[in-house]
Unconditional design. Structure first.
Length: 335
């Protein structure tokens, strides 16, 4: 049955005073854990009439992401360069470690919850054992400097659905695909269309790969970011999506959101059957959209009431949970 994306509507809107970043959702529930600009990690039950965030724990700076692991373990990370593990039910701290030399940008859990992958501005992806917190492996495939000799950033990380692959993406548009069994680099993809360098007025760069998603069969890798920008003081280009046959290294197609929906594609999630891809992000304003993977085009796009930083698609492929500037949202495709 075809999905009618025009039925998308907000069914829960939770206002906040802070900025909410990465979001981790407990499977088969409306419960989400979110990192905040107030240095805390919160637990929200979005099925409640009036959801209120329960503080789980605190970092020394912005908490940029969180992931739920096996055994009711939550791991969070942020600009303090630390990873902290918590009991997701009691909120008791389990351990904390200085995991990276620079700001942590993202954390994601393997499909079986046994591994956590963290990325940071030290340009290293590290894999951690969920049960012990021990470092399993380091993946180093990204340069610390941009081609113009400025510090780069490692923004995006994603596991394949079978847990055998991991992809990482950086500011310059370099994407690496890794075999998790041995840490071997399987492919390097060029998504530099997401990177803008101003060689004259500002000597500054912007953009980069901000989100990654493997198709359910693992054959296609979707790369999200933003198009080439004229005035790099602003995210003035529309959101940009590129898909790759990662095994051959070939770009399959590039599509852009319309000019009303500018900024970064911060998060993406494939439907269970792989026929479409939800995406969201923003600049000053936010957006949400859907890519028809069969037709190879954007099927629907709309404004979001905030810049979206976190996105999760429920098991019914009809409910989306989002976090961002001053809000938590629940969208429904059920009409």
């Amino acid at each position: 049955m075809a999905v009618d994306f025009t039925k998308l509507k907000v069914v829960k809107d939770v206002g906040r005073q802070d900025v909410l970043f990465g979001l981790a959702r407990k499977p088969n529930s409306a419960r989400v854990f979110v990192g905040s600009s107030d240095f805390k990690v919160y637990d929200f039950d979005l099925a409640a009439d009036k959801p209120e965030g329960k503080p789980v724990g605190e970092h020394g700076s912005y908490v940029t992401d969180a992931a739920l692991l096996a055994g009711n373990v939550l791991v969070s990370g942020g600009y303090d360069c630390r990873l902290s593990w918590w009991n997701a039910e009691t909120y008791q701290p389990i351990r904390s470690a200085e995991a990276h030399a620079k700001r942590i940008r993202g954390i994601t859990a393997s499909p079986d919850g046994r591994l956590a992958a963290s990325i940071a501005d030290d340009m290293v992806c590290r894999l951690w054992d969920a049960a012990t917190g021990k470092l399993v492996r380091e993946l180093k495939g990204h340069e610390p400097l941009t081609p113009h000799h400025f510090p780069s950033m490692l923004y995006a990380v994603a596991f394949s659905n079978d847990g055998r692959l991991l992809a990482t993406g950086d500011k310059t548009g370099r994407v690496c695909v890794w075999n998790l069994a041995d840490g071997k680099q399987l492919a390097v993809l060029d998504a530099s269309g997401n990177y803008t360098w101003d060689p004259t007025a500002r000597r500054h760069s912007i953009g980069g790969v901000r989100s990654l998603a493997f198709s359910p069969d693992g054959a296609t890798l979707a790369v999200g970011g933003t198009g080439k920008i004229g005035n790099i003081d602003h995210l003035e280009a529309p959101g940009r999506l590129e898909t790759f046959d990662w095994r051959s290294g070939k770009s399959q197609l590039v599509v852009s959101l319309d000019s009303k929906h500018k900024g970064l594609i911060e998060r993406m999630a494939y439907s269970r059957d792989g026929k479409w891809l939800a995406l969201a992000g923003g600049a000053t304003a936010g957006f949400v959209g859907f890519f028809d993977a069969v037709a190879g085009k954007i099927a629907y796009q709309d404004a979001a009431p905030m810049h979206v930083h976190g996105l999760a698609l429920a098991e019914d492929d009809a409910t989306l949970y989002a976090s961002g500037h001053g809000k938590l949202l629940v969208w429904s495709l059920k009409g």
